[in-house]
Design a protein around this ligand. Structure first.
Ligand code: ATP
Length: 231
């Protein structure tokens, strides 16, 4: 579904990514972990065309998307849940979802499908987003991404700012997406929570991938986890 091959991405003259490669298969959940400044967000920005790599290649669904503009990448079926949610605060949940609606070659979702995934969403649809809690906003942000009919969703720090109970709920949603055939790349500081729902994991540090393997290897190996991520 997604193949990132040896990309090098810069901010001005400062190099942030030094050739990381990763892949996400169909209906696969992949965790992207690592300490602050490791390059996780820059990898997501590179995939979305927000910070285009100077070299290397990114392929999605069989197409080279390395130099495509963000709106074209999104139309091919890559959804994004940014770490700060970026919903329109003065609009209702319903309007935010409507603004995310798009058709791609992948499964399309409507508002009632989304209410089937998040039972609380029905009550959020008529409310303005500025009156919602962090967990509620996250439901709207994930739902809006799905309304764009993605084959792959990039989730950047989905647990950020959420209570532990809500973190579990949000990450369980990722498992539901997998059941529905949607692939997910999950960037998380909360490595344990992400590993519990992921099939495979990559660990980055200083712009390179320093580990890749089944998520369970890291989940059940505390010394390795401490060595790689410091926890
Ligand atoms: P965090 O969890 O702290 O966001 P991260 O793994 O997502 O960490 P990135 O945000 O991708 O890491 O940062 C990778 C490198 O790029 C870091 O050295 C960071 O200082 C640098 N960087 C990130 N954004 C910018 C920017 N807008 N301008 C210049 N350098 C940046």
């Amino acid at each position: 579904m997604l193949e990132v091959n040896r990309i090098e991405t810069f901010y001005g003259e400062t190099q942030a990514l030094f050739g990381p490669s990763l892949r996400v298969g169909e209906a696969e959940i992949v965790a992207l972990l690592g300490p602050n400044g490791a390059g996780k967000t820059t990898t997501i920005r590179s995939i979305l065309g927000l910070s285009q790599p100077r070299s290397g290649q990114i392929r999605f669904d069989g197409k080279d998307i390395t130099t495509l503009p963000t709106h074209k990448i999104s139309r091919l079926g890559i959804g994004w849940v940014p770490d700060d949610r970026r919903v329109f605060p003065t609009l209702t949940g319903r309007r935010n979802l409507a603004l995310g609606t798009r058709r791609t070659r992948f499964r399309s979702w409507n508002q009632s499908d989304m209410c089937g995934i998040f039972s609380a969403l029905e009550y959020l649809l008529p409310r303005e987003c500025e009156n919602m809690s962090g967990g509620e906003l996250q439901m709207v942000a994930i739902s809006r991404a799905l309304m764009g009919s993605p084959g792959l969703v990039l989730l950047d720090e989905p647990s950020q700012g959420l209570a532990p109970k809500i973190v579990q709920d949000v990450l369980k949603t990722v498992l539901r997406l997998k059941q529905e055939g949607v692939s997910c790349l999950v960037v998380e500081q909360n490595a344990l929570a992400a590993l519990e729902v992921s099939d495979r994991a990559y660990v980055m540090d200083r712009g390179v991938v320093i580990h890749e393997g089944p998520a369970r290897d890291l989940l059940h190996n505390a010394p390795l986890r401490r060595q790689l991520i410091g926890m």
